[in-house]
Design a protein around this ligand. Structure first.
Ligand SMILES: [Zn+2]
Length: 307
């Protein structure tokens, strides 16, 4: 009788423990949710970077190579191209500038003053930056400021001397082209920029305005420079979209374009050409054609394809 009572009690205890087991996954889920919400509140930059890395796995940009026999080309000299500003827009928006692709000594940047201020920028990004800053103002009710834009050789030399580990050497900085901007919002500058909602918005959406985060998180092995959430580089559309969606740096994007091949992306034709006797083979029938040197001896041409 005692034995039977004892075994009944043990069985009952085991049953109760078993019936509480379902609580475990619930508690675990609650714990993970609390940690996530806590991090989201106290470390929004960490969560942002994790989310971006995860979405980077599923994001993609597919360029389709167009068979050469589907296109007809005309050979135009580089001189004629620059003499036809109504047909071809020439700029340096896709020029690679880093410590192995230095600016030539005779390089002269194209500069304007941004909206009558003393901020000097490349004219190709004026409208895009204005639109991005207006979007930040309307979404976050805060102003997006430029801390640094164009730097003259003397200014870059001073910067490089003051911060040799952070600033590039003379000739190796995109700031010398006027195509790079270091931006901030009040109270959130430098690496703190992504601690602000505006900073995270800029990092995630600047491609829509033709900008890329030139030194993205996790790409130091390619760019040689750690993550700089504040440094925007103008490359134009649709290149910025492709680079963001395919998680490519400018180095990787240029490398991915095989010289001579023509690609289609979202209604645009993109081709990287090596000049032959000072001429480029330009596909016929393009509209709004833009041409930029890549600083590797080639030119990247991009235009809207006719329907
Ligand atoms: Zn910068």
């Amino acid at each position: 009788m005692t034995n039977s009572k004892g075994s009944f009690a043990a069985h009952e205890k085991h049953r109760k423990r078993g019936s509480r087991l379902w609580l475990l996954p619930l508690l675990l889920l609650l714990m993970v949710t609390c940690i996530y919400l806590g991090l989201r509140h106290f470390k929004p930059d960490w969560i942002f970077l994790i989310e971006e890395q995860v979405s980077g796995i599923t994001r993609h940009a597919d360029l389709t190579e167009i068979p050469e026999n589907r296109l007809s080309f005309e050979k135009i000299s580089l001189t004629d191209i620059s003499n036809q500003p109504d047909t071809y827009t020439t700029d340096s928006s896709l020029m690679l500038v880093n410590d192995t692709h230095m600016l030539s000594e005779d390089y002269t940047p194209d500069l304007i003053s941004y909206k009558d201020t003393d901020v000097e920028i490349n004219p190709s990004l004026e409208e895009s930056y204005h639109d991005l800053a207006a979007e930040i103002k309307s979404r976050f009710d805060t102003s997006l400021y430029i801390r640094s834009s164009y730097r003259s050789t003397a200014e870059q030399a001073a910067e490089s001397e003051a911060e040799p580990t952070l600033a590039a050497a003379v000739g190796a900085s995109e700031h010398e082209t006027g195509l790079a901007l270091d931006v901030y919002v009040p109270r959130f500058a430098g690496s703190g920029f992504i601690k602000s909602g505006a900073g995270r918005y800029v990092n995630r959406n600047c491609w829509q305005y033709g900008f890329v985060i030139r030194y993205p998180y996790g790409k130091k092995s390619v760019t040689g420079i750690p993550y700089e959430p504040w440094h925007l580089r103008y490359v134009g559309k649709p290149h910025a979209e492709i680079m963001y969606k395919a998680s490519l740096t400018l180095e990787e994007y240029i490398e991915s374009l095989v010289p001579g091949a023509c690609y289609e992306y979202g209604g645009y034709l993109i081709t990287r050409q090596t000049p032959e006797d000072g001429t480029l083979s330009i596909p016929k029938g393009l509209q709004d054609t833009r041409i930029s040197p890549d600083n590797e001896g080639n030119y990247i041409l991009c235009g809207i394809m006719a329907d």
